[in-house]
Design a protein around this ligand. Sequence first.
Ligand code: KG4
Ligand code: ZN
Length: 359
Amino acid sequence: MEVRGKFSSVGGDSYQRVSPFAPSYVLALESSCDETSVAVLYEGRDIKCNLISSQVELHRKYGGVVPEVACRRHSEVMNFLLEEAILRAGISWGQIEAVAVTHGPGLIGAVLIGVAAAKALSFALECPLIGVNHLEGHLYSIFLEWPDLVPPVLYLLVSGGHTLLVLMREVGVYKVLGGTRDDAAGEAFDKVAKLLGLGYPGGPLIDNMARRGNPAAVCFPRPMLGRGWEFSFSGLKTAVRNFCAGEAAGISPEDICASFQEAVVDVLVDKTVGAAVSFEVENIAVVGGVACNSRLRCRMAEEARRVGCRVVTPSPSLCTDNAAMIARAGWELARMGVVASPFLDAFPNLPLLERRVPT
Ligand code: KG4
Ligand code: ZN
């Protein structure tokens, strides 16, 4: 394979440019947080398998992810998942034409497990290795089920670690419009659930409780509403804590959940639809774990319709962390001629590069 050039910037040493190619079978590994996942993707679209080993039970008693425990479990299950993925996909190891792996952002030890396994596989199978930014994986997850979607796309990427508005002008060209100044939206869900004693992870629990509550019961603040494309959720979480410590008598947990969720959703919907209108983009994609939220899906669709935009969201299993999205991103990168260099490394704070395609 002819090497055509390198990238500069954080993590840039991890990539190199080669002649574009379209691998038939991509094997992908994801281990950036508390899910170990291995997928096999055929022709960029057909998910042959997307195995996910969740560590939720393991971390539940701590009320959050314990990095050292997560790393150990990734290393325990990775080899088993790899063998199982090849079996379920019904192919042989020799048919794999590229190995894609998340190399950040995430828990450094956890990411390293995937990177080490992927490097060994690419060496043994003599096929290209592709380093994928986890955030890029979430962005490309949408194309697995919406193959006809053509950029520009305005993304709301909402997960436990990130809350980002990203404009994808064309495949491989991204502009981050804004992120969170403190807590991510999913983190706020998890922390509020913890302080209400609901359990972990908090997002789905609050989503469920809120169905039986009144979203107008408590008027929690809407942080940074109408003020640019940045977010902030830590003050809202503190407002819920203060409310619970003071005036909560007579207000049910269901009402608190619904009111908190409504405040988060108001901010997410207002900024996303506002950005789509400002940048004149018709397609809005909501991706990441919080995109499973029923109220967010419903309100986003309603508000977008009002301004003539359409909203697309992945199925819930492709919203939360999974390797199929990493495989799709890896397939896109191969078609742009971007593969891993021999120096592929793990980066806990890997930023989203603005350009993946050669200028
Ligand atoms: O994308 P993801 O699996 O992992 C990260 O990259 O962070 O997202 C996990 C986050 C957690 O904070 C979880 O509470 C949240 O997504 N989440 C939800 C829902 N389902 C998952 N938040 C709100 N409503 C949900 N239904
Ligand atoms: Zn994620």
